[in-house]
Structure formats: C-alpha cells, structure tokens
Design a protein around this ligand. Sequence first.
Ligand code: C2O
Ligand code: CU
Ligand code: CU
Length: 514
Amino acid sequence: MPSRNVMVMKGNFMNTFTRRGFLGASAAALALIHPAARAALEQHHGSATLASDHLLPLGAMPKGQHLSALSLLKNQSGTKGVFRARIVAKPMKLTVAARKATEFWLYNGHLPGPQIVAREGDTVEILFENQLPEPTTVHWHGLPVPPEQDGNPQDLVPPGGKRWYRFTLPEDCAGTYWYHPHPHGLTAMQVARGLAGTFVVLPKTPSKVEELVEQHWLISDLRLDAQAQIPNNTTVDWLNGREGHFVLINGQREPRIEINNRNRIRIWNACAARYLRLYIPGVDWQLLGTDGGLIDKPLVLGNELFLAPGERVEVIAHSQSAQQAPLVSHYYDRDKMMVEEPHTAITLAQVQHNAGEQAVLPAELREFPQLPKAQASQRVVFSEAPMEHHHMGGEMPRSELENMFFVNGRVYDPERMDLVSGVGEWEHWQLVNDSHMDHPFHLHGTQFLVTHREQNGKRTIEPMKAWRDTVNLKPNETVHILVRQTMLGVRMFHCHILEHEDLGMMANLHVITK
Ligand code: C2O
Ligand code: CU
Ligand code: CU
C-alpha cells in the first residue's frame, strides 16, 4: 500500500463508508438546490468507500514521463481578434492506471481540458455542448466577463443542451485563468471527474517578461478506486473537501520536468481542496504574477510557494547551480474534521534544473492604479456549524451537511441577493474566517487587491500589489481587500473548497446602479 495519502479515520468511522451513499438527500436538503439540478443529484446514490484498501495503489499509475504540454483549443475563426471554438463536455473512457479504462467527464476528451489562449481585446465565442447526464455550466474563473456569460449556477445548460458563451477581453486583464463547471450542488463531483481547463490571456503590448520561455503546470488530484473508477464523495470529503490520492501535473503522475532560471512558470492549483506548499531543494521562488497577471515588482518568496485551491501564480524557480531534485508539496495542516493522516510531503515531479543565466526583469512589472478611497464597505463571514458529538462516529445525511457551512450565517440560495454593490465603485471588503479550518475565498467577475491581514491581533501589510480573485482565509483570520465590479448583474462569492461551495458556503452579490 502507498504509505502516504492514506487516511486514518478516528474511531470506527472507516466502517461507515460501506453503507449507502449519503447523497440520498432528504426533500428539505434538495429544496436548497436549483430545481433543474435536483433530478441529477438524485441519481447520485451509491456507496462511497474510502478505506485505503479500496483505492488503487499509487504504483498503479505510471510515472516518470516527460511533462506534456497542455493541449490547446484551436481557434476556428478566421477573423483577427476573434477566438471561436466549440467545447463539448461528455463522459469518456481513458486508461490512466492499472491498464483499466476509467470513465472521466471531460472537455473535448482531454484531461485536463484544452487550454484557451487569447489576447486582451479579443472577442471569445465558445459554443458549449452539454453531453453529460446532468446540468452544468462553464464558469470562466477570474475573467471579467458579463454575469450572463459567466456560467452562474442560475444559468444551467441542461443535459443535451447547447449555448454560446460570448465575451470580449478588456484591456489590462492579461493573466492566468481557468474554466470549470458551476452548477450548484454538482460542481465538486463534475470537477472530480475531470472537468477543468486553463485559460491564458496575453497582453496586447508585450513587455520584457514576454521574452521568457513559458511553462505551464496545472496541478490537480484524482481519486481512483480499486476498479480504477472515480468514486463519489464520502462524508469526510464533504466536510473537508475531497483530496484525490493521485496528485497530477498536466494530468501526469510525477513527470520529469526540465527548467532553467529563465522560465516563466504558470502554476494552477486546480485541486478541489488540496493546499500546495511547493518546494524544490535548492530553489528560491520569485513571484512575477498572481491570478490576474503581473504583480507590481518581482518578489522573492523564499523556498516555499503556497497555493490555496483555485489560486494561480507566475514564478521563476531560481537555482544557483544545475541540479536534479524532486518537486514536493509539504503537508499543510488545515485542521480537517474526522481525519488523522501522516504529515508527510508528497512528490509531484522530478525536476532537472539547468540553472543558467538569470532573467533580466524590469524593476516595475506593472503599473497599478492609484487607489481611490473606498466608497462602501462590506463584511463577509465564513463560519461552520459546531460538529455535534454523535457525528464523530458516523456518516451524515446530505441534509445535515447542507446546514454546516455558512456565509454571513446563511446557506446559499440562488434566488437570494446577499450583498449589493454599486457598479464601478471601489469597496473595502473585510473577509472574516470565523472557523477552525482554512477556507479559500473567491469572488467572480473581477480582481481584487489584498491590503492587509489580521490574525490573533497581528496585522500584516500585504508585501506587494497583486490582482487576485482567490485568497486563503486562515482560521480566525480577517483579510482586507479593495474591490470594484464593473458590470451590472449577479455574481457569486464562495469558498473554493468545491465541496463547501456545493454545500452552500456561497452567496450572491447583486451589482446595481446606485
Ligand atoms: Cu472557480 Cu465560483 O469558481
Ligand atoms: Cu470563479
Ligand atoms: Cu471552505
């Protein structure tokens, strides 16, 4: 058996997983889900086993191949400034481990989904077809697209349905984005089955940084049972977020990667719940960009690179001399419920570092606007229901799980507007984590600036100016951001642990003319 990624349950918890799946939700619980998603959810019955001997051992997936480039989505348009293509989401069998075919749900048959590369100013037109057995949407995580084009949970594409997603990429949005499903209550399992792809926006006017050779690492995780199939979430997954035991880069297990000091590496944490603390012995990470593109000046981070679920970065991995070393992710203790696991690092890749000349970077990577005073302020509180004693040994019905994770004290309701913002107005948001676990906050439709953080009476000023759409909230931490929405309509903000999002740790922001 693999010695890592094996969950050790407290007490007799392990036994409970062979019972019926907890997704046979009560009527009350299903009422919280959008009606169109309900039927699909009801099909999710079935047992959900997690005991380590029911999982495929790590050795069943080949490792050590050269890192593949992400497959690209081909632009079908002949018109300059227009990116047009078709994306189909459908079940597909691929053999990735144990010489057994695994049924994935994929975008255009690719694991991960094909990468979209477009430029600021381009019009993007995607014909999307849902060939899944349940409703879905395509959400353009981080991109400033109009709300009705952003794959909101209210805009479901039914099974067999199609639609166009159309938007124009504004100035100054060059950055590292991704796309994934967003149907309320179904997002986590759709992503776990393989639906996620990357989206890179290039600048209209290239800077010095564009001369560096890019590498793209999409980090995701995958769980395969002994039959090499993707099992449903367990209670523990719903509570903590699902972490698959295979951690993959560009869909590959422990690939061989070759880098040097002049590579601009874009990294996506596309895991539903896994936090990454990336480390290569002998390497110092230098941060060039975050979710929404280049930061103000290059920033040396040291030997560890932290990425919460949903976050992206652009970095250079500096090494003094040529070397061969593993890329690992150190254990991150996020106080999971009902789980004890070894605090060991996991190996993600073998890195051949060719060192070489340092990149000559401009002192200023990007200009940031002079920030006006915030015209309004908002407070967002993430909290959890206390775990009751009788849960400590058993499985929880979906109805109970759907009453555990709150934003401002409430569970998500697609029809309810939780906060209201004036379009075009800068606001100061206080993001409060009033719980014992980490929760990554994510806001749709725009990029924000973190100004400072407070935890246990300690105030830390953000060391850089950076555009983000996702920021981790540590237990009992408050993160202060400046944010502005530029389009009218409804936006979501939520915890990007996808299981928490599905269980209702999400809220609607109504952007109006004030
Ligand atoms: Cu990446 Cu609302 O999500
Ligand atoms: Cu998003
Ligand atoms: Cu969460």
